[in-house]
Design a protein around this ligand. Structure first.
Ligand code: FES
Length: 169
């Protein structure tokens, strides 16, 4: 013990690591704000990338016609999930209540959640942020989705359902 000191003698760890616990655990308002800005910025960049990627690099390119299923596999008001060769993009074939057929990407144009056809309302819903699309056209009826659902043309040949890329308008 130092005879000239009025302070209590510290143990070895306190001497080697002279950090007060209260100071070490304290997070200043500035540090917390920086953290929030970084997290928010990261999320904004991520969301922007998801939206831009889908627009700039559409994944599906069907050469000719792609067979989906037999017509008997999808009753009126029913849906049939499928993908096209060479693509991981999920699509959904819809047999509308009036007997017509539609095929859309099953990814919401907002943040890529899976969308579902509701035969009661004849609309397509995205449950993530309550987005709604018209099942006949794919256009946005309500909610945050910025664009219509990407669509494929449906061709019925006898008992078989095929899809092709939509022709540019
Ligand atoms: S992801 Fe579909 S409405 Fe947000």
């Amino acid at each position: 013990m130092n005879p000239n000191s009025t302070l209590p003698e510290k143990s070895a760890p306190e001497v080697d690591f002279p950090i007060e616990r209260v100071e070490a655990e304290h997070v200043s308002r500035r540090e917390f704000t920086k953290f929030l800005c970084l997290v928010s910025g990261g999320m904004a960049v991520g969301s922007g990338w998801v939206a831009a990627k889908d627009r700039l690099f559409p994944e599906h390119r069907i050469q000719g016609e792609a067979l989906v299923c037999d017509t008997s596999a999808v009753p009126l008001g029913g849906t049939y999930p499928f993908s096209v060769p060479g693509s991981k993009t999920p699509f959904m074939l819809i047999h509308l209540n009036d007997g017509s057929w539609r095929a859309y990407e099953q990814k919401c144009t907002h943040l890529s959640c899976a969308v579902f056809y509701d035969p009661q309302t004849d609309k397509i819903q995205c449950p993530c942020h309550n987005g709604w699309f018209d099942a006949r056209t794919g256009i946005v009826l309500q909610g945050p989705p910025p664009r219509p659902l990407p669509r494929l043309e449906v061709v019925i040949k006898g008992e078989e359902v095929y899809v092709t890329e939509t022709k540019p308008a």
